[in-house]
Design a protein around this ligand. Structure first.
Ligand SMILES: Nc1ncnc2c1ncn2[C@@H]1O[C@H](COP(=O)(O)OP(=O)(O)OP(=O)(O)O)[C@@H](O)[C@H]1O
Ligand SMILES: [Mg+2]
Length: 498
């Protein structure tokens, strides 16, 4: 491999056919005379193409088509010209440079390595790890870098307190990776909340052979209306207020009246659904407000999210702090949202997030990792910033999983710390996702467009800003989540014999 050109932070390398290079591979370019090194990453490949090579190929084809079988090449020029025609150009971005034996990388890319004397070789995974110079006590084997038997490690500490995104087109393997992260975080004792739209995360507790996995005891499935029900008193005024405002679009006048009733019932220690219903029917306010309150009350009642205490004397409702204190070695709370209507999904999310923030502010629980699948389906646009900034500040660290990059507002793309990118081919999706500021557009667009299924491009703090392509491994758990099909593939052995 040889250097052909350099412009700013980009190199063009020439390679002959025998060299296997994939997009995303790292190379070390060492100029022994200058005692300097460059670390570059290949992000695109193309044929070496100039007018004379193309003319040669065309002429050759014409000769072959018009005089089949005639081939006289005593000097074996054909062999040489074949190698030239198959030569490839690799576009590579310079990711760092170093001087002498200094292991520290700098971003100085202003010098030109020698075209003649520079040695170019592929970086091994251990060399790459040394350059990344990361450390942590909670490793996560995220996958394999091609040509290496050892898994590539990221550290849970680099996801902690951060905003993370998993994005890719449909069925590219996003939820699979998300399950891998959840499982690893659980093994390290983390507390996790998952908004699950496809009822696919419960499989984390079951191995592929049907036996229990090592995290089975740390998983709890919360089903809204069944074991996910709260008492009004536990939810408290702030959570219920957010729910009415953000999920049920309650106008502010009606909200004020609602809280007059709330305060009254609270003072009399009868804060129950039944008492609330009676008060709304009998309270003295104008018809518009009454209608607004009655319609919201019916939604609240039919959601079954709140205890109707008379029938549930013995059950006090869900209390996150109890659930968490009973599972001190880590817990994944999977909220099953697949069967809920959009309004109830919104309500569930509002209630849970607001309650958790309250508990975090009062230091009652540990910080929580939130995994939210397709969050645009249950979080309003105006609310994203709140989750990213305010909630992160209090200790809710989000990972958004989506095949819909448009749903990720510019605010999120600007603030994201880590991103796991799978394949995207659609131009507008690529354009959107390449707006993240962590790495250059060229790299994202070119690598992501051709990423095979189950391969992911890791970007951000977890890889110290050096983008890395990994092959995500299989998991020994039931991953569920497959799309249900009407037509089943026929098993060839089941075909009727003729
Ligand atoms: N690394 C992997 N190894 C083995 N199987 C995988 C891997 N990644 C994904 N799969 C399988 O491929 C299928 C699709 O994966 P997954 O459900 O994670 O995709 P997705 O991107 O979440 O899709 P959707 O957009 O529909 O939610 C699943 O059956 C999953 O088990
Ligand atoms: Mg999915």
């Amino acid at each position: 491999m040889k250097i052909l050109q350099k412009t700013n932070d980009e190199l063009i390398l020439l390679a002959v056919k025998s060299e296997m290079v994939s997009k995303g591979d790292y190379f070390l370019i060492e100029d022994t005379d200058m005692k300097r090194k460059l670390i570059v990453q290949v992000y695109n490949e193309e044929y070496l193409s100039n007018q004379s090579i193309i003319e040669d190929i065309v002429k050759d084809e014409i000769v072959r088509a018009t005089s089949p079988g005639v081939s006289y090449d005593p000097l074996e020029i054909g062999l040489l010209s074949g190698i030239v025609r198959d030569s490839r150009l690799f576009k590579a971005k310079i990711r760092g440079s170093s001087i002498g034996s200094d292991p520290n990388m700098s971003s100085d890319v202003t010098w030109l390595p020698s075209r003649v004397n520079s040695k170019i070789r592929r970086l091994t995974i251990s060399e790459l790890n040394r350059i990344l110079n990361r450390s942590g006590e909670s490793p996560i084997s995220i996958g394999f870098v091609d040509n290496s038997q050892d898994p590539f490690i990221i550290y849970a500490e680099d996801l902690d307190g951060r905003l993370n995104i998993i994005a890719g087109k449909k069925e590219s393997g996003k939820s699979h990776l998300s399950k891998l992260l959840v499982k690893s975080l659980l093994e390290h004792g983390a507390f996790i909340l998952i908004f699950d739209l496809n009822n696919e995360y419960t499989g984390l507790g079951i191995k592929t052979n049907g036996s229990r996995s090592n995290v089975d005891s740390k998983i709890v499935l919360l089903e809204p209306g069944k074991n996910l029900r709260f008492s009004l008193e536990y939810c408290g005024k702030p959570s219920v207020s957010s729910m009415l405002k953000n999920s049920l679009d309650m106008p502010s006048t009606s909200l004020r009246e609602f809280f007059r009733i709330w305060d009254n019932l609270d003072k009399r220690h009868v804060l129950t659904i039944e008492a609330l219903s009676n008060a709304i029917n009998n309270w003295n306010f104008n018809d518009l407000v009454r209608d607004a309150l009655i319609s919201r009350f019916h939604t609240i009642y039919s959601s079954r999210l709140f205890l109707n205490d008379e029938k549930n004397d013995e059950y006090e409702g869900l209390r996150f702090e109890d659930l968490i204190s009973n599972n001190v070695h880590g817990l994944a709370m999977i909220v099953n949202m697949g069967s809920l209507t959009p309004t109830i999904r919104h309500m569930v999310v509002e209630l849970i997030l607001n309650k958790l923030v309250e508990l975090l502010v009062n230091d009652v629980i540990h910080p929580i990792f939130l995994f939210a699948e397709e969050a645009h389906l249950y979080i309003k646009e105006t609310y994203w910033d709140d989750i990213i900034t305010r909630m992160r500040h209090f200790g809710i660290y989000s990972t958004f999983i989506t095949n819909h990059p448009e749903a990720l507002g510019e605010g999120i793309l600007r603030q994201v710390d880590n991103i796991f990118l799978f394949n995207f081919v659609n131009e507008s999706d690529l354009e959107r996702i390449s707006k993240i500021s962590l790495v250059d557009k060229d790299t994202i667009k070119s690598i992501v467009r051709t990423l095979p299924q189950r391969y992911s491009l890791l970007i951000g703090k977890m890889v110290q800003e050096l983008p890395i392509v990994v092959r995500v491994p299989q998991l020994d758990i039931k991953t569920y989540g497959e799309t249900k099909k009407f037509f089943k593939k026929k098993n060839p052995t089941m075909l009727p014999s003729k």
